[in-house]
Design a protein around this ligand. Structure first.
Ligand SMILES: [Fe+2]
Length: 323
């Protein structure tokens, strides 16, 4: 497929400084903050933008001001201008607006109102991280040595942005936009609620779920293994136990280990490892999954606020306000 990865995301929040502090604690690497020109209700203003990098993915998160929390922009990488051309034609066939220049195009998902930038970007080449040697029944591979997961002391830093999950008031239109407009492939489905879609070999890079208001449900960040999920989340909770949302567990759809935490604006952020990897479409059969069985294989029962975040009513009121 012409697309090969998510490049970066821009999250809009009312409390920029506080939210930026959270993502620093989460292990993202702060870049130099920038003052940028932005349009607001007062016209063109100077606003602070906080930027963060992952270890392997480069600059992948921007935090900007917005009256209500939302995903402002999603970046998707393609290889060359031909890819931009073919995506541009597909979007125009759906009667969607496309702004195009030499290296990128900008469009908008009609269901979620998220701006999508498709840009020519280098492919992500991650150095393989060897799986830690383990012991098991009748198998003694790590001899006379403590486990790496027990010895690690360094801070956890996410390796790359893996996926985003957004609520859309028109899940069908959003799914059509991502699949027919951009060329995402569907990996699995939950009928009438959500489609897990990929633009890379990861099981999903975008999940759109039906919601009463468009909003950002969560962003997900890859770490090396389940020990790093545990160590990362533990460090976050030592600083503020109120950040806990759901984890530790293993999803069924996508298979990844997970732990979800909450930023001060109300967006969830997930540490994940070991997600399914689809390299041959012929060898993967998309499934249709219903209820909790599709959601997770093991872990604590998900809190109701994971499925319907507590601030949804407030976000709905905000969406009908001045924004
Ligand atoms: Fe996730």
């Amino acid at each position: 497929m012409p697309m090969h990865r998510l490049t970066s995301i821009t999250i809009g929040v009312p409390n920029v400084q506080e939210t930026a502090e959270y993502y620093k604690d989460f292990g993202l690497i702060p870049a130099k903050d920038e003052t940028v020109s932005a349009y607001s209700a007062e016209g063109l203003v100077q606003a602070q933008e906080h930027r963060f990098s992952t270890v392997d993915g480069g600059e992948q998160l921007r935090i900007v001001h917005s009256p209500r929390r939302r995903l402002v922009q999603l970046g998707i990488g393609v290889e060359d201008r031909d890819d931009l051309g073919s995506i541009s034609s597909k979007l125009q066939r759906l009667d969607l607006n496309v702004k195009r220049d030499e290296t990128s195009l900008i469009t908008e998902d009609p269901g979620s109102e998220v701006r999508v930038m498709v840009e020519i970007a280098p492919k992500l080449a991650q150095e393989p991280v060897p799986w830690p040697v383990t012991n098991g029944p009748g198998r003694f591979d790590r001899l006379n040595a403590r486990a790496p997961g027990a010895l690690r002391e360094q801070r956890v830093h996410p390796r790359k942005l893996g996926h985003v999950v957004i609520g859309s008031t028109d899940q069908e239109a959003s799914t059509k936009f991502f699949t027919e407009g951009l060329g995402f492939k569907i990996s699995d489905k939950v009928p009438f609620l959500a489609s897990f879609m990929r633009c890379s070999t990861d099981h999903h890079n975008v999940l759109v779920q039906q919601a009463p208001v468009s909003y950002l449900h969560h962003t997900s960040w890859q770490v090396e293994d389940v020990d790093e999920i545990g160590r990362g989340a533990t460090a976050m909770l030592e600083k503020d136990p109120g950040r806990h949302v759901w984890g530790l567990g293993r999803h069924f759809v996508g298979s990844n280990y997970f732990w979800y935490l909450k930023d001060p604006a109300g967006n969830f952020s997930e540490y994940y490892s070991d997600i399914d990897c689809i390299v041959d479409d012929q060898l993967w059969t998309p499934g249709v999954w219903e209820g909790h069985a599709g959601l997770y294989k093991w872990g604590p029962t998900p809190p109701p606020s994971f499925l319907a975040p507590e601030d949804l009513a407030g976000l709905m009121a905000g969406a009908h306000g001045s924004e």
